[in-house]
Design a protein around this ligand. Structure first.
Ligand SMILES: [Zn+2]
Length: 255
């Protein structure tokens, strides 16, 4: 029988991550947080339609625009002096220093955006940063080559997975479930029941602010429910995405 991995991915380094981590610790679950070292402590509002955050808007502009029909959620990033204390013990991965679309930058700038993130977070946590999440899911062959060159071992897209297989290309890791989607629990149930000779992975994606939407799907009770579905199962390893890859490829060691 293959091994089964369940891994959380939270993007952008948001204040809600503190409550998320409190719950993850109580369930003894690992997770990966994709951070932007150039945006620590930044404060913005995020507009939303239903379960989807749609646009970051500076607070000054939000206050001035009274005619807007969108609902807004506060979107605060954790400041640099709290980063180590909040995320210590979890995997932190790069999401570029400034949350930029790497396909639109010159090669030198793209490289700096990832290497700077690796440097800053490597210094804070004293661990190599080998994971990556593409901002906006944007990538091409050039960005994938660059990531491999600078020691990134896996990179997550925004594409929805069709099954629970590990991707052939570790720079094309898809999302299996997104808390904002209506079918998330059904897909999880399928994963819990599935048996395969191959290793399987379920990558659950969320932005912390989505749990504050308090819609039917996006709320902290749902987050707890998802944790409870997998955390106590002996046949599912709930770990960081980096650990899932390392156990899958070489029994857990950094290469
Ligand atoms: Zn992001």
């Amino acid at each position: 029988m293959g091994k089964k991995f369940f891994t959380w991915n939270f993007d952008d380094g948001l204040e809600e991550d503190k409550e998320i981590i409190r719950i993850l610790k109580s369930c003894n679950m690992g997770a990966t947080f994709n951070l932007n070292s150039g945006l620590f402590g930044k404060r913005q509002m995020i507009g939303r339609i239903g379960n989807l955050g749609v646009k970051e808007i500076p607070q000054s502009k939000y206050n001035a625009d009274k005619k807007t029909i969108l609902k807004y959620s506060i979107h605060y990033r954790i400041p640099e002096d709290e980063i180590e204390q909040v995320y210590g013990g979890f995997e932190v991965a790069s999401h570029t220093a400034d949350h930029v679309d790497l396909t639109k930058l010159a090669p030198m700038e793209s490289r700096w955006q990832v290497e700077e993130d690796q440097r800053v977070m490597g210094e804070i946590f004293q661990q190599p940063v080998v994971g990556f999440a593409y901002p906006f899911g944007r990538r091409n062959e050039r960005t994938k080559k660059l990531l491999r060159e600078i020691g990134i071992q896996y990179a997550r897209t925004m594409q929805m997975a069709k099954d629970f297989r590990f991707p052939e290309d570790s720079m094309e890791l898809p999302v299996t479930g997104w808390i904002a989607k209506k079918n998330t629990l059904a897909v999880m149930q399928k994963f819990v029941e599935s048996e395969s000779e191959e290793d399987q992975i379920f990558l659950m994606f969320a932005h912390g602010y989505e749990l504050d939407f308090n819609t039917k799907e996006c709320n902290f009770d749902m987050f707890q429910r998802i944790c409870d579905m997998v955390a106590s199962r002996e046949d599912i390893l709930c770990c960081s995405t980096g650990d899932a890859f390392r156990y899958h490829t070489n029994g857990g060691a950094y290469v």
